[in-house]
Design a protein around this ligand. Structure first.
Ligand code: ZN
Length: 139
């Protein structure tokens, strides 16, 4: 009934999700530490390292939470209620990081800039990262 341009994308494209939790090292790192601890205790996710300096497309210091699609329905509503003053970017991981981080992302809290020019486009992208299924809170 339609050409390929009308075919809906399948959620099977989503290998995993990231939640990037932004903070200001001068004013809100303690709040971020508290939230990070609560997440690590509660959810089967991989909590990434602290990035007190801006990295990649991110406009503020942040840490990353990687999780499988199965965790989304519990984790994302919990973040909506518990993010406090912090901004969180939730995005899918498909084969197109630029699209994933901007056009297809959602925000919890105040929206920040995302510098997608610092990400590979679809043709240059690696395969989406494998989902993480073990709860681990890295130091
Ligand atoms: Zn990400």
């Amino acid at each position: 009934m339609s050409g390929s341009q009308h075919t809906a994308r399948s959620i099977q494209e989503i290998a995993s999700f990231h939640a990037h939790v932004y903070y200001d090292p001068a004013t809100s790192r303690a709040e971020a530490e508290r939230l990070r601890g609560l997440i690590g205790e509660r959810f089967a996710v991989t909590v990434g390292r602290w990035h007190d300096e801006k990295v990649g497309p991110h406009d503020q210091a942040m840490f990353q939470v990687a999780f499988t699609p199965g965790v989304f329905a519990e984790l994302v509503p919990w973040l909506m209620l518990n993010h406090g003053s912090l901004s969180i970017l939730v995005h899918p991981n498909t084969t197109d990081p630029r699209r994933d981080h901007k056009a297809d992302a959602l925000w919890i809290g105040a929206q920040l800039a995302v510098h997608v020019d610092k990400l590979p486009g679809e043709s240059e992208a690696e395969a989406a990262p494998a989902p993480n299924t073990q709860p681990t809170l890295r130091p």
